[in-house]
Design a binder for this molecule. Structure first.
Ligand code: UDP
Length: 322
């Protein structure tokens, strides 16, 4: 059955890909985005667009919506350390306003974009949802605070909600890909080097306790991630707050990512070793057993070369636009 969905942050990377998947499945999509970090041209053609802030969600939400998918948030770990107030205000304050608007209008289903950063330094690998949450940045702390807020809203007021804790989202889908300004994520940076837009990629630390000394992350294709959101909409049950990790359960080191990019792009991609970046755990790998069991999620694009190839196609396209 088709539904009507509000997608906050639908002009951003993950939000726009999920919006496209909802449209492809025959749903009606309204994107709410204030364009502080999103791109108007990122909003899929078939979606309606409201340029506005989640703090004013009450202005736009009405009982005709079947659910909200909530992506609007600031997401730069480093910036959150320098300007924590900015993150608490938007990520937490904004979500409080959104939840209030949902309560008032009786929109009782929510899928929330949470993160592996809620766990902080892992106590074991792979990470499960019952592991301790001790975020090492204000960014992670704000996302964890929202997870707690949603849990309370479900228990007290019958919201049906799923928080999806993303590991390292990468790749592109339907012309939507990863771009931040300034860019801070590994794969887009490596591809900028391949395009000749940067001289070299800095490896942030090669003395971690991993086989090649560089950090290991669990990269997940944005289209696999998007599919989990549609399944989460179906799984959201009144009064329940389900939390699911989303990752492939495979870890790749920074050096393996760079090597893969060399193979995929055919460019040399020079590297330099730089100091560690503050707050980076050595290994972050997900157990997605809950998503598989509870959502019926079955990711099909786990191959790192395929993920990098899709990101490369997108990187070349946006380079051509400039
Ligand atoms: N990284 C790196 N050089 C860069 C950007 C990232 O070595 O220019 C490393 C970073 O320290 C981490 C991994 O690549 O170990 C993934 O970082 P990213 O920022 O893409 O995602 P995060 O894991 O922080 O969510």
């Amino acid at each position: 059955m088709s539904g009507k969905y509000l997608v906050t942050g639908g002009a951003g990377y993950v939000g726009s890909v999920v919006a496209q998947h909802l449209l492809d499945a025959g749903h009606e999509v309204v994107v709410l985005d204030n364009l502080t970090t999103g791109f108007r041209e990122g909003v899929p053609a078939g979606a309606s667009f409201i340029e506005g802030d989640i703090r004013d969600a009450a202005k736009w939400l009405d009982p005709s919506y079947d659910a909200v998918l909530h992506f609007a948030a600031f997401s730069q770990v480093g910036e959150s350390v320098a300007k924590p107030e900015k993150y608490w205000d938007n990520n937490v304050g904004g979500t409080m306003a959104l939840l209030a608007a949902m309560r008032e209008t009786g929109v009782r289903r929510l899928v929330f974009s949470s993160t592996a950063a809620t766990y902080g330094e892992p106590v074991s690998t792979p990470i499960t949802e019952s592991d301790p949450t001790a975020p090492t940045s204000p960014y992670g702390a704000t996302k964890l605070a929202v997870d707690h807020m949603i849990g309370g809203e479900a228990a007290a007021h019958g919201l049906g909600a799923v928080s999806l804790r993303y590991f390292n989202v990468a790749g592109a889908y339907g012309g939507c890909g990863e771009r931040h300004d300034p860019e801070s994520h590994l794969i887009p940076i490596v591809l900028q080097v391949a395009l000749g837009r940067r001289e070299a990629v800095s490896i942030f630390g090669d003395d971690y306790p991993t086989p090649d000394g560089t950090c290991i992350r669990d990269y997940i294709h944005v289209a696999d991630l998007a599919e989990a959101h549609l399944l989460a909409l179906d799984a959201a049950a009144p009064g329940e707050h389900l939390i699911c990790n989303l990752g492939n359960g495979n870890g790749f080191s920074v050096r393996e990512v760079i090597e893969t990019a060399r193979r995929v792009t055919g460019h040399p991609v020079p590297e330099v070793v730089a100091p560690r970046r503050g707050g980076d755990p050595a290994v972050l790998v997900a157990s997605a057993a809950t998503a598989r069991e509870r959502l019926g999620w079955n990711p099909s694009r786990a191959d790192l070369a395929g993920i990098v190839a899709d990101a490369w196609e997108f990187a070349q396209n946006i380079a051509g636009e400039r």
